[in-house]
Design a protein. Sequence first.
Length: 256
Amino acid sequence: MTPAVLLLLALSLVPISVSAAQARDLPSPLEGPGHPELKRSQNKRVGKAWNRFTAGDLSGARKALRKAMGNPAGQLLALQIDLTVDPEPPVDELTEFCSLHGDYASAWVTLTSAQEQIGDEAAALQSARRVSELWPTSRWAGKAAALEQEWITARIDQARGQLDLGNAQEAVELVDSALELDPDNRTGHMVRARSLLDHGEDQSAEAELMTLADDPEARMLLAGLAEDRGDFSSAMRYYESVPAAIAGRDDLLAKH
């Protein structure tokens, strides 16, 4: 074969291999909780289309689907094919589909993948949590926990690392991206408060700490802020509210 022919052949194989790999990360529209019960003929057609899809034969999959688009399984598979080949994932279409078929677990897995592709972290996490609820025994059930680890826990840990390096602004930016997804994360708020303190934003830090006022570490920091501005009565009140077992609490009280 000439180099030109070989190049054309290689290019023709790229989308097939990529789509086949992506297809294997998706569930069949015929499996999982909430999947539609189909007539035998329709089930066979969707199954045939799915097999061709996972083999990378997109044209064959679409051809097999032509007579199976009148049911939700066929419609979901068509969206799954679009997800693997179109530059813009069919997020709106999948969102509408899931709103119509709220218990169809495979649809929620597909929507999670589409939302993750476009970088909509909040929506992807919400959809992944829905998958965990609907299909707790599936291999996709752990997706929500994996995203929480990557987008929340890891970012808070990275923020701590930046704070230790003296990069308070970078720490705030990292922890803010985590708190957007988990607004009630107490560890995140504590790291944010410490970052603001290091950045010299005492008022913002104090407001952050007030949301954690039942936390001994937050009380110690609040006491220090009150002391810095000369409000010794408030400082004493915070120090006294810290449990005696907290290291350094008694020494600080003795100084006052």
